[in-house]
Write a protein that binds this ligand. Structure first.
Ligand SMILES: C[S@@+](CC[C@H](N)C(=O)[O-])C[C@H]1O[C@@H](n2cnc3c(N)ncnc32)[C@H](O)[C@@H]1O
Length: 247
């Protein structure tokens, strides 16, 4: 039931990454990959978990939304984080240029247009991170790592998990994925995860088992089609809500 995002066996593939990249997808990509409108983002507190160097939270807050971004990297000083993010942009760019045929970037004006979007999102994030680091106000960027989140039960209406779960299936096993999703469902009423494929484009092989385990804990999960096109394959997103039972 859940297959279909996978590429055919003869399709070209990149090797899966052996380390987690720090990337900077922008606000519009978040809306598309999670199948959201601006109004959805404004409807209640949002958690961006594995936020990396995205400008999603900054731009959502600019519209009036309440967003907290989480990433283990957010214990780094701004100058240190800036160096890492800029280095990783270069690495990501080299990787994208290795196999441009895997991507459908016509909507972004091709690969160069897309890489430009990533750079400007990263720059906006880094400037905001620096302001937040030295400011004395609420902390929009909080250091934490799944499967343990420093938040209360039901603190967020919506939790977004962009490019961590399933993406690094070679680094995290199913127990970790289950623990991460249960923790997200503890702090969020609804959780959306994208993509369902790893960094080589391979569909997460244990999704059916994982969803059955979550259903046993009372979670209601479904896959939705979304318009986001980065890789050429079909694009779907996992949506999980707390059910009547206990999660
Ligand atoms: C591929 S980036 C995604 C960044 C951004 N959300 C995007 O879509 O471009 C993955 C991020 O996950 C963070 N990360 C690694 N381990 C994590 C964990 N256990 N919990 C939460 N975030 C983690 C990394 O530091 C990295 O910034």
């Amino acid at each position: 039931m859940t297959k279909g995002d996978d590429m055919s066996d003869t399709a070209p593939r990149l090797e899966p990454l052996n380390k987690i990249m720090i990337t900077s997808r922008d606000f519009s990509e978040y809306l598309e990959m999670f199948g959201l409108t601006e109004n959805d983002v404004l409807a209640g507190p949002v958690l961006d978990c594995a936020a990396g160097a995205s400008d999603f939270a900054l731009r959502a807050r600019g519209l009036g939304a309440s967003v907290v971004s989480v990433d283990p990297l957010y214990d780094r000083r701004p100058d240190e984080l800036r160096g890492r993010v800029l280095d990783e942009l270069d690495i990501g760019e080299l990787r994208a240029r290795e196999a441009p045929q895997l991507y459908d970037l016509s909507w972004a004006g091709g690969l160069d247009g897309y890489l430009g979007m990533r750079r400007s999102a990263a720059t906006a994030f880094l400037d905001d991170y620096e302001r937040a680091w030295s400011g004395g106000g609420p902390r929009p960027y909080q250091p934490a790592a799944l499967p343990d989140l420093p938040f209360g039960e039901g603190q967020f209406r919506l939790g977004l998990v962009p490019n961590l779960l399933f993406t690094y299936a070679n680094l995290f096993d199913r127990d970790w994925h289950r623990a991460a999703l249960l923790e997200l469902l503890r702090v969020c009423d609804e959780v959306r995860v994208h993509p369902l494929t790893d960094t080589s484009g391979r569909f997460y092989p244990e999704l059916d088992l994982l969803l059955a385990e979550l259903a046993e804990r009372g979670a209601e999960c479904q896959l939705i089609d979304v318009d986001y096109r980065l890789r050429r394959e079909r694009s779907r997103t996992l949506v999980c809500r707390k059910g009547q039972g206990s999660v």
